[in-house]
Design a protein around this ligand. Structure first.
Ligand code: NAI
Ligand code: MG
Length: 497
């Protein structure tokens, strides 16, 4: 018994401990009223604008540019000039210097970025501070290290940059996805036009200030903001040589159709419906933490979220019991509170999608559990949810919900687990929990997923490639593999290698 639990003076200890609010200071962030586009190292006034808000309070934060095709063309032209003017030919170790600088500045300014990320996107400050920011900086450090070693990464293949990369990113990890896209592109000698998602433009706009601080040559990175129409204009722009997209499978397919036959290179990182598989010999308390991290991390707005829990039948009851008890301790609320575990849903549109699929799950006959939980009145919120009694054919077991909603299914044998796990049009990630090393290897060989985590979940490292199979997309980000989409390589045979 600790001192805190010991009853004092005959007064029983309170049943549940609540935390006093611990809000992170907002004043580390200075916002402009209105932002333009960052083109050729300068801010250009936006012709059209919209308002970006905080999803936790619906408070307007700033006016943001909605880039027109003409503005996109301007950004692409600036990227082309920067490419021809030297970025593609300066010594690779010079390129590395800029990337190292960017990484260090991100570390120095990480508090400011973390607060802004949580303010604009709704994710808990604990996550933006401890996950998004350190990983974004690590990505720049990692690819800075490759910039002058491309010849070693791809021996006998004469690695050369491609040209201008058009990059379109989603709203679930705004700064981190920017880092995943920009760091390898620059290390390989390309220049960039990047568009953040319409609901979360602010950290990408603050990043322009980092570029200036790092004295990156003008036009090497250009940031334009706007919705899908702006994204489509980037895909179509003549001067773009390579498109990198992370987002919905639907838009990914449309982009693939658009680019067919154009010769532009493409990588797609799309959705997922990952299986998190718990065997009866797993350390259960640890597995329950992994389940929670797998689906409630970032409100479940995670392409590789462990949204389908497969539990071996013999341990079904204790796992579900423990999970429900754990769920009741998750703190849902103010993203800027340091104690918050689950923040706000990113947008009204996403909240409606979650609500719709959850209603369908109930209609189809699944049993819903939500812990008692009070959420703020304003803003977009969804209580952490578990579905039991789920059949494989239910939409909640098939479709990406992209919210804090878990569907639980069972299996008896390892073969059945593999079959159920692979029974999805997606193939991005999977988790396996077991004491047996041989079973981990056996499973990893059979799971059609780009990443298989063993006795952990949602763990990322810049040196580890990430990407999907099937409708989860193609191409890899991270690691040496992540350089490849940004390089032209001679076929080693053709080169006599
Ligand atoms: P989305 O695919 O529409 O948006 C992602 C990015 O693509 C944004 O920057 C958006 O402006 C841009 N975009 C939209 N339409 C475009 C087009 N026609 N051409 C070029 N760019 C375009 O995703 P949305 O609507 O925000 O979310 C819908 C669902 O997609 C989510 O509920 C989730 O299931 C999935 N999704 C998956 C993500 C992942 O990490 N794989 C990220 C975001 C969403
Ligand atoms: Mg969309």
């Amino acid at each position: 018994m600790t001192d805190l639990e010991r009853p004092r003076g005959g007064v029983p200890a309170p049943k549940d401990w609540t935390y006093a609010p611990a809000p992170e200071a907002r004043d580390v962030v200075t916002l402009a009223d209105r932002y333009g586009h960052f083109v050729g190292g300068e801010w250009i006034e936006a012709e059209e604008t919209y308002t970006t808000i905080s999803p936790a309070t619906e408070e307007p934060l700033a006016e943001i540019g909605q880039a027109t095709p003409a503005e996109v063309e301007r950004a692409v032209a600036a990227a082309r000039d920067a490419y021809d003017d030297g970025w593609s030919t300066i010594s690779p170790s010079e390129r590395a210097k800029y990337l190292f600088r960017i990484a260090r500045i991100l570390q120095e300014r990480s508090r400011e970025f973390a607060v802004l990320e949580s303010l604009n996107g709704g994710k808990p400050i604990k996550e933006s501070r401890d996950v998004d920011l350190p990983l974004a900086a690590a990505h720049f450090f990692y690819y800075a290290g490759w910039a002058d070693k491309l010849e070693y990464a791809f021996p006998n293949q004469r690695p050369r940059p491609i040209g201008v990369a058009g990059q379109i990113i989603p709203w679930n990890f705004p700064l981190l996805m920017l880092a995943w896209k920009i760091a390898p592109a620059l290390a390989a000698g390309n220049t960039v036009v990047l568009k953040p998602a319409e609901t979360t433009p602010l950290t990408a706009l603050l990043f322009c200030d980092v570029l200036r601080q790092a004295e990156l040559p003008a036009g090497v990175v250009n940031i334009v903001t706007g919705d899908g129409a702006t994204g489509a204009a980037i895909v179509k722009a003549e001067g773009v040589d390579k498109v990198a997209f992370t987002g919905s499978t639907e838009v990914g397919k449309a982009i693939q159709r658009e680019l067919a036959g154009t010769g532009k290179k493409l990588t797609l990182e799309l959705g997922g419906k990952a299986a998190n598989i718990i065997f009866d010999d797993a350390a259960l308390d640890q597995a329950v933490e992994g389940i929670v991290n797998g689906i409630y991390f970032n409100q479940g707005h995670v392409c590789c979220a462990g949204s389908r829990l497969l539990v071996q039948e013999s341990i079904y009851e204790p796992v579900v019991d423990k999970l429900k008890r754990r769920l009741a301790t998750l703190r849902v609320g103010d993203p800027l509170d340091k104690n918050t575990d689950v923040g706000a849903i990113n947008s009204k549109q996403q909240l409606e999608k979650i609500q719709e699929l959850v209603a369908v799950g109930e209609e189809e006959g699944a049993e819903i559990y939500q812990p008692p939980c009070r959420v703020p009145e304003k803003g977009y919120w969804f209580v952490p949810t578990v579905f039991t009694n789920v059949a494989q054919s239910y939409r909640i077991a098939q479709e990406e919900i992209f919210g804090p909603v878990l569907s639980i299914l069972t299996f008896r044998t390892p073969d059945e687990a593999v079959e159920k796990a692979n029974n999805t049009p997606y193939g991005l990630s999977a988790g396996v929990w077991t004491e047996k090393g041989s079973r981990i290897l056996w499973m990893a060989e059979r799971l059609r997923a780009g990443v298989v985590w063993a006795n952990t979940y949602n763990r990322f490292d810049p040196s580890s490639p990430f990407g999907g199979y099937k409708e989860s997309g193609f191409g890899r980000e991270g690691g040496r593999h992540g350089l490849e989409p940004y390089l032209q390589l001679d076929d080693s045979e053709a080169f006599g290698g």
